[in-house]
Design a protein around this ligand. Structure first.
Ligand code: PLP
Length: 443
């Protein structure tokens, strides 16, 4: 079949807009009549630099990214960022503490020389790391769970505070986000505590179909003091550029490209500049070695400061993949103009409502997995006839006959999943809705 005959609802890699795929084919063979394809040119060439600048500009415009944020293009996927956020933000916590300890101890010991102060600082830091270092994780689905497990693997589980485990209040399964007043976040200074290194959340849980409806109130900025602030890290791999985001509320936003942005191979990171040198220098590597915290300092290719200093060209960046991401974003800007990502948001909402609408219409046949309040607009997870194996197989087989593909749920949870990313056309959603109607009336 041709691509026009297929309606693809895969969760990632996921469909790309057909005009982008067609232009990418040409760009891979002969980019802008240069005689070379984008997989062949140097990442340090003027052409590559222009692609990098344009992609940053499109993303900045789409999401209204403030000046005090840096955009990084990395590799290693969403999973690489599970490690990277630990590797980059724990040193920020240590460095802030180190500076404070140095100031306090210099004042208290006016006759001590630098090496004596350094030793006192080290001893205090060792105690603080041991007793006070905490990373808060909101575990609302399979991917935030994985991220929390990676933090525990790198640092040790005693440093990981699972502030919410959404399975607990929901019969051992993901599908709800417990009320914020039940979360056990590490208290900030204003709350009588000392705060965590960061709070981690996954904005949209791809496997479980759970999306935060809005930015959590509990994470809103509280005061000016660094110890009053919660540094919020958000994994937006599967809902990137699908709705408006107030970037200023986050320390780090990241996402792999293979859902809404482009092809696998690029990871986008948006990071607040004051978390990078020179505003917050990373602590001396020798100090990190001596503190002996697992995973630190960590691989240089995951070091935000290094990637930022080199304009994402510390090592070879896949320029073809970058171009695809830039093209997707540039086309969105062309389509939506002043509405920016808000224009895309309206369409995503409309498509999701169509699908949930028909699922809710036949509760005997279809059961949406997550709670109504946290239903993902991007990954619509449901069961057929209560999860009856034969009926679910029949559903998939019938869908395949109509060239509706990629509807099987993640292998870890089973059931159905219709992924409704930006590049899924309205008409494909309408075809799915028609099938859902027809299947339901036959049962
Ligand atoms: N985070 C989310 C929300 C995801 O959906 C995925 C993959 O599907 C990942 C992280 C992991 O991404 P990667 O496979 O690029 O490491």
């Amino acid at each position: 079949p041709s691509r026009h005959e297929i309606s693809y609802f895969g969760a990632g890699p996921a469909p790309l807009p057909t005009p982008v795929v067609e232009a990418a084919g040409q760009a891979f063979v002969n980019f802008n009549d240069s005689g070379l394809g984008l997989g062949e040119i140097s990442h340090r060439s003027p052409t590559a630099n222009k692609i990098l600048d344009d992609t940053k500009a499109h993303l900045t415009a789409l999401l209204d990214i403030p000046d005090n944020y840096e955009i990084l293009f990395m590799q290693g996927g969403g999973s690489g960022e599970f490690s990277a956020v630990v590797q980059n933000l724990v040193p920020v916590w240590i460095e802030r503490r180190r500076r404070r300890a140095e100031a306090d101890l210099t004042r208290a010991n006016p006759d001590a020389d630098k090496s004596q102060i350094d030793e006192l600082v080290f001893q205090r830091l060792q105690k603080e790391v041991d007793g006070e270092l905490k990373l808060d994780y909101l575990v609302t689905g399979s991917w935030s769970l994985k991220a929390s497990q990676e933090a525990a693997r790198l640092l040790g589980s005693k440093y990981v505070n699972v502030a919410v485990d959404a399975r607990k209040a929901n019969g051992g399964k993901f599908g709800k986000i417990p009320a914020e007043d039940t979360w056990s976040l590490t208290p900030t200074k204003g709350e009588g505590g000392k705060g965590s290194a960061f709070v981690y959340m996954c904005d949209n849980e791809t496997v479980d179909g759970v999306e935060f409806p809005a930015f959590p109130k509990a994470l809103e900025p509280q005061g000016q003091d660094a110890e009053d602030e919660r540094l919020v890290v958000s994994d937006m791999s599967s809902n990137f550029i699908s709705r408006k985001v107030d970037v200023s509320k986050y320390a780090v936003i990241f996402g792999g490209a293979q859902k809404n942005i482009g092809v696998t191979g690029i990871t986008i990171v948006i990071v607040r500049k004051d978390l990078l040198p020179p505003q917050t220098a990373t602590p001396p590597p020798a100090l990190l070695h001596r503190l002996n915290i697992g995973g630190l300092p960590g691989p240089v290719v995951l070091d935000y400061a290094t990637i930022a200093k080199n304009n994402s060209l510390y090592n070879t960046l896949p320029i073809f993949n970058l171009w695809v991401a830039g093209k997707v974003m540039g086309d969105l800007m062309d389509i939506f103009g002043a509405q920016k990502v808000g224009g895309q948001e309206k369409i995503a909402d409309q498509k999701a409502e169509l699908i949930y609408g028909v699922l809710d219409k036949y509760p005997q046949v279809y059961q949406v997995v997550p709670d109504k309040t946290v239903r993902s607009r991007m990954n619509i997870c449901f069961r057929v006839c209560g999860g009856d194996d034969a009926k679910e197989k029949e559903f998939i087989a019938g869908a395949e006959k109509r060239s509706l593909q990629g509807l099987k749920g993640h292998r870890s949870v089973g059931g159905m999943r219709a992924s409704n990313y930006n590049a899924v056309p309205l008409e494909n959603v309408q075809k799915l809705v028609k099938y859902l109607e027809d299947f339901a009336s036959g049962h």
